[in-house]
Design a protein around this ligand. Structure first.
Ligand SMILES: [Zn+2]
Length: 233
């Protein structure tokens, strides 16, 4: 995967119904006033984002709270023509879609959100607010920091080993590797999402920082890849 002209990453599993989604590569990451023109988003689509704070808080957007601003890291909605956006550089953006109840979600999960099980909180909204059956939920994890590059300190090792001992690997020099994407897969499996409905991009943002913004590889860049999902009517 060395095509530097690549603009977006998409999942075949979400090319269905009336779902529009993409993950923007470095060359195509932009979020500003003319975002509608830039990404060819129809004017009748409402774009929602939250002020991301590495929490495990997920907002369920309805007609009642659509104008509110939130500090949170996950967005869920059943509303049509409402685009959910997250911004990441190494963190995971996890797209969720209940193909039966037609609910969408977009979750920002860095190591803190993963540790604090933000994906569980998102699935709670699907299941409790919308009566989703987990077997109907498709989950797609966009390009992110994969295990090859997810080196952390002994402090994070201690934090993760309690609930996720199978996914942490202690190395020399008091460093460890944490398999963050597979922790979120594991959490989703525990909730009943089917393995064949969970897709993890094999593209590591750090290994492929020619393609993606990488906080680690790009010297703590403030630039972000954009992840978007909406149901077009
Ligand atoms: Zn890597």
């Amino acid at each position: 995967m060395n095509n530097v002209n690549l603009n977006t990453i998409k999942f075949d599993s979400l090319n269905r119904d009336n779902i529009v989604h993409f993950f923007s590569c470095k060359s195509f990451s932009y979020l500003n006033d003319n975002v509608y023109e830039y990404y060819n988003i129809p004017k009748n689509v409402r774009i929602l984002k939250v002020n991301q704070i590495h929490s495990n808080k997920v907002i369920n957007f309805t007609k009642e709270n659509i104008n509110e601003e939130y500090e949170a890291d996950g967005l869920v909605t059943k509303l049509d023509n409402v685009a959910l956006i997250t911004k990441t550089a190494d963190c995971q953006s996890i797209l969720l879609y209940d193909k039966d109840k037609k609910i969408i979600g977009n979750i920002h999960a860095g190591w803190k959100g993963t540790l604090n099980k933000i994906v569980d909180n998102a699935l709670d909204i699907f299941i409790k607010e919308y009566e989703s059956n987990p077997k109907d939920i498709i989950a797609c994890i966009n390009p992110s920091l994969l295990k090859c590059c997810s080196e952390f300190s002994i402090n994070e090792y201690e934090l993760f080993k309690k609930d996720f001992s199978d996914f942490v690997e202690l190395k020399e020099n008091n460093k460890c590797n944490i398999d963050l994407t597979n922790i979120n897969k594991y959490l989703m499996l525990l909730r009943g999402v089917k393995e064949e409905n969970i897709y993890i991009s094999k593209l590591c943002t750090s290994c492929n920082n020619n393609l993606f913004h990488s906080y680690r590889k790009d010297n703590h860049t403030k630039d972000r890849n954009i992840s978007i999902i909406y149901k077009k009517i």
